[in-house]
Design a binder for this molecule. Structure first.
Ligand SMILES: Cc1cc2nc3c(=O)[nH]c(=O)nc-3n(C[C@H](O)[C@H](O)[C@H](O)COP(=O)(O)OP(=O)(O)OC[C@H]3O[C@@H](n4cnc5c(N)ncnc54)[C@H](O)[C@@H]3O)c2cc1C
Ligand code: SF4
Length: 568
């Protein structure tokens, strides 16, 4: 990788960030013959050499358990990042508690993510039209559907077409065959069948047939460590190598971008960055600038770009940093006597979900039978060695005694725990936003972010509903709640904890209330684009990354067309 950019070079596009949004943008633009520069704040990362696919936890410090600087375990793929990063602070405003996960490495958070990949549906793009809350997107599902197909094809997503309300099918042949359900998942599915709740194959960005140089999943190890065979999607084994192969992409790592540069006509002519290895300030120039640094970082860069506009670049609406949303999270776990003493065998599978429960109550909601406006889905934890439902910690709560009795108990309870996770939609509110902290800078002197965050009754009522339905499911299966039955205000996740933060540079039809148009193009600076989750107008319960990539592809097609017409 080159260390810095020749300042006399002027690229067609300068992209900030190499995660889901940046990776897709780079591939689309480079494939169209445009000369692309990507600046990435993190270090270079080679998943083929660095992924600890077959390392075993017993060889790791603390048997691989998570620590404060390695939350998801010793072997987690996040080689540089986490909730806290030395020298790169952020703050929560008094009365708020916000958590911000950053992965400073080539490929960003895609090296780790859980790969759950659900399409948003027609209702999700027009939420205000359904319930009068939040705002509608300036596009409808049909506008994005072709790019969902293309994205799923290149990414590789397993799942099935089930014809469910607001859970769109993919075009024939797009999806990979889902892995067979595990025992615990079949167990839950049986109760769901009795209760008229759908329980269907999940959709995950994991290959079950090979694509090009990427192999199919062979159920090797936890996908959170990364996947050196390319079966679990991450930009470092797919979009970035493909984009580099065009010969049109240059990547510079350790480049911490802090501002968008404007020329005297108010157009973006590049970005300024700190070369983290030398500490020197550098600049890179392009005909267009694309921010894909993640919703929080992109807002931070815009708000810090005050050389020519005191409120930050692209912020005439005052909406940069506003409308911050995260997914609503809650969980419950239970122990099931019917699953005791079953044979122990390898149930790892593709590590994450094989089955899940999509939201099924849209009709009841439309006729006012629910006390919360939006929707949620269940992610089920029934894996083999990985899920908390099988963990030794849980078993230890039940097993007792010494010697033979202890061994018998361990065998008895192993595999008898199941985990139910809520992932729900948050409605944007005026109390949730990020802003520049007037008091703090990072180790390079760049002002940092301060987060404000509030849940509302809508989200708390949703968690209550999830808890009541889950208790019914558990009861039907004869289980006992192990944990997770706290009051909703305690059970709900902290802001940012689900790591789906979006909305801080939202798209819209009106420059007064949105930061970009439907293509992620700034209303104020026509050759400046946002290609990450910042542009989300709402945060459906569907996990955001597939939509980030589908939008990045659609919006990059538009950008390339505009560059071709010299109209930016
Ligand atoms: C544990 C975990 C589980 C997850 N599970 C799921 C899931 O199942 N499904 C799902 O949809 N999503 C999931 N996510 C979220 C998903 O990872 C993100 O939605 C997605 O990666 C966002 O893409 P992005 O391109 O916006 O940002 P990122 O992937 O974070 O990439 C941003 C990149 O920009 C770089 N960058 C940041 N600031 C700067 C700067 N100033 N200058 C230069 N470069 C910069 C970063 O280093 C990073 O490489 C999960 C995330 C985590 C951590
Ligand atoms: S379970 Fe499959 S997809 Fe996940 S890391 Fe292992 S081989 Fe890769």
């Amino acid at each position: 990788m080159p260390r810095k950019v020749a300042t006399n070079e002027r690229y067609d596009a300068v992209i900030v960030g190499s995660g889901a949004g940046g990776g897709m943008t780079a591939l689309v633009l480079a494939s169209k013959g445009l000369r692309v520069l990507m600046l990435e704040a993190g270090r270079d990362y080679d998943p083929y050499k660095e992924t600890p696919m077959f390392a075993v936890n017993r060889d790791a410090p603390l048997r691989g358990e998570g620590t404060t600087d390695k939350e998801f375990g010793y072997y987690d793929a996040t080689v540089d990042g986490g909730w806290e990063m030395p020298g790169e602070p952020y703050a929560s405003a008094p009365g708020s508690e916000f958590m911000w996960w950053r992965s400073r490495m080539l490929g960003g958070r895609t090296n780790h993510w859980a790969r759950n990949s659900f399409r948003m549906g027609p209702y999700d793009f027009k939420p205000h039209s359904r319930d009068g809350l939040g705002v509608d997107w300036p596009i409808a599902y049909e506008d994005l559907a072709p790019w969902y197909d293309k994205t799923e094809t290149i990414v590789g997503v397993y799942g099935s077409n089930d014809g469910l309300d607001n859970h769109p099918d993919s075009s024939p042949g797009v999806l990979h065959k889902p892995p067979a359900p595990r025992v615990g998942e079949l167990f839950i599915q049986a109760a769901c069948r009795d209760m008229n709740i759908p329980c269907v194959p999940a959709r995950r960005a994991v290959l079950t047939r090979p694509i090009d140089k990427r192999s199919a999943c062979y159920y090797a190890t936890d996908c959170g460590r990364g996947c050196s065979i390319g079966a679990a999607f991450q930009t470092t084994t797919s979009l970035l190598p493909m984009a580099l192969a065009t010969g049109n992409l240059t990547i510079v790592t350790n480049a911490m971008v802090y501002e968008v540069r404007l020329d005297e006509k108010g157009r973006a002519d590049g970005v300024s960055y700190v070369d983290k290895l030398t500490g020197k300030h550098e600049a890179a120039f392009g005909r267009s600038v694309i921010l894909a640094a993640s919703a929080g970082e992109t807002a931070r860069i815009l708000l810090n770009s005050t050389a020519r506009s005191p409120d930050g670049v692209a912020n005439s609406s005052g909406q940069v940093g506003r409308n911050l949303m995260d997914t609503v999270g809650a969980a419950m776990e239970a122990q099931f006597p019917l699953l005791e003493n079953r044979p122990a065998y390898n149930e790892d599978g593709a590590m994450g979900l094989h089955l899940y429960i999509p939201f099924w109550l849209y009709r009841e909601q439309a006729r006012g039978a629910l006390d919360f406006p939006r929707s949620y889905h269940y992610e089920l934890g029934a894996d083999g060695r990985r899920a908390p439902g099988m963990s030794m910690g849980n078993i230890a709560d039940y097993a007792g005694g010494y010697g033979v009795k202890l061994k018998q108990d361990m065998r008895r309870y192993y595999g008898s725990f199941l985990h139910f996770v809520c992932r729900g939609e948050m409605i944007p509110n005026t109390g949730s936003y990020c802003e520049i902290d007037p008091e703090t800078t990072d180790k390079w002197g760049i002002p940092t972010l301060r987060f404000h965050f509030k849940w509302s009754e809508y989200e708390l009522n949703m968690v209550d509903h999830f808890q009541e339905r889950t208790k019914e499911l558990i009861e039907r299966l004869g289980g006992k709640i192990h944990w997770g039955d706290d009051p909703p205000a305690d059970a709900i996740s902290k802001g940012g904890q689900i790591i789906h933060e979006v909305g801080t540079t939202r798209m819209g039809d009106d420059p007064e209330s949105s930061v970009t148009n439907q293509y992620g193009q700034s209303w104020d600076v026509r050759n400046l684009f946002v290609m990450d989750g910042g542009i989300f107008a709402s945060k459906a319960h569907k996990n955001p990354t597939l939509t980030i990539m589908a939008l990045a592809w659609r919006n990059s097609d538009y950008l390339a067309e505009q560059l071709g017409k010299q109209s930016l």
